[in-house]
Design a protein around this ligand. Structure first.
Ligand code: DC
Length: 230
């Protein structure tokens, strides 16, 4: 798609947020979209749903060719209303299933395949095009650099490794803190081979949430999108 996601829709605000696992991208993006009256697109959900689809069909997630061959049958749908979030593959609601540790363990394998990435990048841009609200926040690892380099507002949401591990651990109370830390840093290491989401590209605003609580982080995002009138 030439001209970027905003082509032909000059009035709509596109906000791109990326950052590492545990930075709070998803929950912060969703809450900010709610306050702004925007749509919200979780791009990681598509990689997770594809990993779920592969496992469901007995496809080896390490076999790039097999994963690529499954793409035409991958019927993906995501809810972009921040108050009506769902992820479906065909008729199956996978909203919760894609958060399972068995998916997190293999999702990087499908996300590292360039043909998969190109396919999903097109899909993300199509979703942005279809948004009927005044704006849309899309979050994910390569959103500011690859998916929406022309977005109106581009933010890299970071936090110290320690803060990210504490947050992720609180989301997964059934797993030990050490296991969560191990998985998070190994997934970041694998993912960062594909996309540099630790350093802000030119024109991208870094928002470090290490010393901010959730509401303060959301307020900081909202202020970047809609600066308070003096
Ligand atoms: O943000 P998340 O944990 O739900 O993302 C799931 C995986 O998908 C993660 O391992 C990184 C990958 N991903 C990606 O490569 N590019 C994106 N835009 C979003 C996610």
């Amino acid at each position: 798609m030439s001209g970027g996601p905003r082509q032909g829709r000059a009035a709509r605000v596109v906000v791109a947020i990326d950052g590492p696992a545990g930075s709070g991208k998803s929950s912060v993006s969703r809450a900010s979209a709610r306050i702004l009256g925007f749509d919200y697109q979780d791009s990681g959900a598509a990689y997770r749903a594809l990993a779920w689809f592969a496992l469901e069909n007995g496809i080896d997630t390490a076999d790039a060719e097999a994963v690529i061959a499954s793409l035409p049958a991958f019927d993906y749908e995501i809810g972009i209303d921040p108050d009506d979030y769902f992820v479906r593959v065909g008729a199956v609601d996978v909203t919760h299933a894609i958060r399972d540790p068995r998916i997190s363990a293999v999702v990087s394998l499908v996300a590292r395949v360039p043909v998969v990435r190109a396919h999903l990048v097109d899909l993300f841009r199509t979703v942005i095009e279809r948004s009927a609200r005044p704006g849309i926040i899309t979050e994910g690892r390569d959103i500011t650099t690859v998916v929406c380099p022309g977005a109106d507002i581009r933010i890299l949401l970071t936090a110290s490794e320690e803060a990210r591990m504490v947050r992720r651990s609180a989301e997964l109370p059934s797993e030990s803190a050490a296991a969560v830390a191990e998985k998070l840093s190994s997934r970041d290491a694998q993912d960062s081979r594909v996309v540099d989401f630790m350093n802000a590209a030119e024109g991208v605003t870094t928002l470090d949430s290490t010393d901010l609580d959730f509401d303060q982080t959301v307020q900081a995002v909202v202020a970047l999108v809609a600066p308070p009138v003096e």
